[in-house]
Ligand binder design. Structure first.
Ligand code: DQA
Length: 144
């Protein structure tokens, strides 16, 4: 079972970026935690981060025929990118949306998620654990 974990803009700055919202742990620490859980679940993960919408779209397109599912935190593109929504719909891979923060309790402009419209589940406000929950959910979903 192969899962693609895709992170959008500014998530490479975890640990530095608004720690009161996103915590003080780094992107490298996040990847370490995801890889550790993937190993425990016997799932193969590839983690990709990009600050560029087109790269995220390309990466989703290239997942077709390679990965069994996608975990995606599109970051700010969540709220703006129809291109990412369309890419997720195009590949029809089961996708799970993750947000570190509790987006539903933040600014109005964060209340719409385009990517979420193509996802079977969303985890938000759980910090790094959201990715772990997403991984466990996708593993059991794909095992059914
Ligand atoms: C985020 C929430 C988004 O609104 C924001 O633009 C991000 C991170 C989160 O993980 O909480 O960059 O996706």
């Amino acid at each position: 079972m192969k899962i693609l974990v895709l992170n959008g803009p500014n998530l490479n700055l975890l640990g530095v970026r608004e720690p009161e919202i996103y915590g003080d742990k780094t992107y490298a620490a996040l990847i370490g935690k995801i890889e550790q859980e993937a190993k425990a679940l016997s799932v193969e993960v590839t983690c990709v981060q990009s600050n560029h919408e087109g790269v995220l779209v390309d990466t989703i397109q290239q997942a077709l025929g390679v990965y069994d599912g996608i975990i995606i935190n599109p970051a700010a593109y969540t709220h703006t990118s129809i291109a990412i929504l369309d890419a997720l719909k195009a590949v029809t891979l089961p996708a799970v949306e993750v947000h570190l923060s509790q987006v539903s309790e933040r600014e109005d402009f964060r209340q719409r998620s385009f990517a979420g419209m193509a996802c079977i589940r969303t985890y938000m406000g759980l910090g790094f654990d959201g990715y772990i929950e997403a991984l466990r959910f996708l593993k059991s979903y794909l095992s059914e």
